[in-house]
Design a protein around this ligand. Sequence first.
Ligand code: UDP
Length: 240
Amino acid sequence: MSNSLQTVNIGGLPVTPFKSMEQAVKTICSDSHILPGFAVAINAEKVISASENPEVKQNLLLGTLLYADGIAVVKTIQKKGVENSRVPGCDLWKELMLKAARTNKHVYLLGAKEHVNQQTAEKLRQEFGLKSLTRRNGYFEEESLVIEEVRTIRPDIVTVAMGSPKQEQLITKLREAHPDAFYMGVGGSYDVFVGTVKRAPKVFQKLHLEWFYRLLAQPKRIFRQSALFKYAYKHMTNRL
Ligand code: UDP
């Protein structure tokens, strides 16, 4: 499969539009192949943050596969005449784990607290049937040991749940050691997966109002949400 995926420019970020989750997963992983590179989720907040801070933009551009994690980005891509749908990062991770199990890929599961990481691995083995898995929590002392481990084990898929920008910075180093793998930063996805952090209720997810649910749950996020208003303005005035 070709590595040169079509992208749409969203506020200076080359985002790859996917018509469905299935298409995204297929692009990344099939029986015979793994797309080497680094997937980065793009939402309105990140687009605004990148437009205001060159360092953030540079970090996002470390990714080789930027995908539309937020509905606002999906709408802007549609407005530019390209059909696409939302690929939520934690769903992409789960679907990819299922595909990895079915296609016998080796997964390196890095990040989160020891009990969360351990439970995540257990659940992937038990419920997803993932056989080939290496795991390590995200509170290690020696980064160089982790890099050496990845170089030696040569996993197909590496997912890192250590929050931003830590996970992105580590992935950049891991890719230098082992460029053939597919890398993904997944933030708090393992915590959600094993139930230590709850996702928004389904009704909010369906209405694309997860952002609103999180705002109600954590009012401090109001500052982050202000980016959404800036984004909406740019979207409506064709400035993205
Ligand atoms: N974490 C980690 N190592 C660290 C700091 C954080 O493994 O040194 C883990 C933490 O346990 C949690 C995740 O990183 O599982 C952070 O998720 P958060 O929701 O803060 O990330 P975001 O999705 O906001 O980027």
